[in-house]
Design a protein around this ligand. Structure first.
Ligand code: GLN
Length: 491
């Protein structure tokens, strides 16, 4: 049953629950697909064949025993290598954690296991989730299944590529400035960044703690919502987790799929539809706006003037937090240790380990962050960026007094060729121009495929108020019902 890899998560779960296929069969089909294509795609850093088959067998046994299975039981999922997985290598795309097998599961991973999903393995990513193309992985780049010479986005390019290459029907990503939505956009898949605090950070290797948000990736909106529901909700182990029930994102996705947006008010962010985006991206976006209007949505333009300062503010706040968070990688506690020959001091071993273990982009950020936080510069850089963050939040709040959700293209450009932007960090940073404001504000954002430009996927972003994740699913599902899903050429 080789077409198991082409099915949605919803379809797979129904077949498993109905006994028409087994979780083991589904898992084998995806492991076979990985074996067939992943030497070209390189979506995975680690494939956990034995663990996946054991998890699948457990689901089949529970079913045979008459136990009631959850809505995603037996469905394979690929997990970004930023989440701790007990006994399974967790590298964050970095040499500094090579060989580390965490002694515990991240809350999200635990919830995936409890729900009976089957973890296939860990996906490739830019080192420490810093990047927009997966080219900064210490283990080599991932290739976009739409065109293997192009990037799959980043930092979660592995998760997005695994979906587009039919290696997994579901995946987990993490979004600090766009790393779920931007890879979703350039691979023609769906990526949702939940409200900050709506998904647990316990066991998520920290990059920028006030921004990091793990979330679901899928090939369609309903599957993303089902995954969101499984992984989301309050976690007492994360002090920033929101102690409130989360909105019913699955019901919202189902409602949206009816294609009726009567009474829904949408605001196009004026600042994001000017010269910033490629022509082909803008054409697909404009056509989608027409489709949303036809479904009954009222669409207006809204100016959010401070969004223009989001990128510079982010590139002070994120490096500042990373410079502090990454201090723990000292060669003592986990992963790599270099130069410990019995003669060197602790400081020397730490310094040699960090020199060898971190790549150039990570070092650049640690240096920028350390500088921005240093005495004498703190107010001018970090303090100023925090003020800008407050202004951006005010722009969101004011916009949401007029509209239910904001929309924009997800990215200014489609997937670029591997190597095209690595020489100039600023060119790489621009990939997140439209996604970063959401992270600074803390609200939810989703990217949903909205068309093609010269044969490459374009994403539309829906941004909603904090804890109104259901709204973005409704709009995204409605758009999907109008434009359909997009299939890459055969690999
Ligand atoms: N590309 C952005 C960065 O490099 C965002 C990364 C992310 O969301 N993890 O920081």
């Amino acid at each position: 049953m080789s077409d198991l890899t082409r099915m949605t998560a919803t379809e797979i779960a129904a077949l498993v629950a109905g006994g028409e296929t087994s979780a083991v069969e589904v898992t084998r089909a995806h492991l076979d697909r990985i074996a067939e294509v992943d030497d070209r795609v390189h979506a995975f850093l680690h494939v956990d064949t034995d663990g996946a088959l054991a998890a699948a067998r457990a689901v089949d046994e529970r079913r045979a025993a008459g136990e009631e299975l959850g809505p995603l039981a037996g469905v394979p999922v690929a997990v970004k290598d930023v989440l701790a997985t007990r006994g399974v290598p967790t590298t964050v795309g970095s040499k500094i954690l090579e060989g580390w097998r965490p002694p515990y599961d991240a809350t999200i991973v635990q919830r995936l296991r409890d729900a009976g999903t089957v973890m296939l393995g860990k996906t490739n990513m830019d080192e420490f989730a810093m990047g927009s193309s997966t080219e900064y992985s210490a283990y080599g780049p991932t290739h976009n299944p739409w065109d293997l010479t192009r990037i799959p986005g980043g930092s979660g390019g592995g998760s997005a590529a695994a979906l587009a290459a039919y290696e997994a029907p579901l995946a987990i990503g993490s979004d600090t400035g766009g790393s779920i939505r931007q890879p979703g956009a350039v691979t023609g898949t769906v990526g949702a960044k939940p409200t900050y605090g709506g998904t647990s950070r316990y066991g998520l290797v920290a990059f920028s703690s006030s921004l990091d948000t793990p979330g679901p990736c899928a090939r369609n909106v309903l599957d993303a919502a089902l995954l969101h529901q499984v992984i989301g909700g309050h976690d007492p182990r994360d002090s920033t987790s929101i102690p409130q029930p989360m909105p019913d994102v699955v019901a919202a996705a189902r409602l949206g799929a009816t294609g009726d947006l009567t009474g829904v008010r949408l605001g196009i962010v004026s600042e994001f539809v000017g010269e910033g985006a490629e022509t082909g991206v803008m054409t697909a976006f404009r056509e989608s706006v027409d489709a949303l209007t036809k479904m009954g949505a009222e669409v207006v333009e809204i100016s959010c003037p401070t969004f223009a300062y989001a990128l510079p503010a982010y590139y002070l706040i994120a490096p500042s937090e990373c410079s502090s968070n990454l201090a723990r990688f000292d060669g003592v506690r986990f992963g790599l240790r270099v130069g410990d020959d019995g003669n060197r001091s602790l400081e020397e071993v730490m310094s040699l380990t960090r020199e060898a273990g971190f790549g150039p982009e990570v070092k650049r950020r640690i240096m920028i962050g350390t500088y921005a936080l240093s005495s004498g510069y703190y107010d001018a850089y970090y303090g100023q960026a925090q003020k800008v963050r407050t202004l951006i939040t005010r722009d969101f709040t004011a916009a949401f007094e007029q509209v239910d959700a904001l929309i924009s293209p997800t990215t200014p450009f489609t997937a670029f060729p591997i190597g095209a932007r690595t020489a100039d960090p600023y060119q790489m940073y621009l990939a997140d121009l439209f996604t970063i404001p959401t992270n600074l504000y803390g609200g939810p954002g989703i990217s949903v495929p909205c068309g093609l430009s010269e044969g490459l996927p374009v994403g539309l972003q829906v941004m909603a108020p904090t804890m109104a994740d259901d709204r973005m699913y409704r709009v995204a599902a409605a758009l999907e019902s109008a434009v359909g899903t997009f299939t890459p050429p055969a690999l």
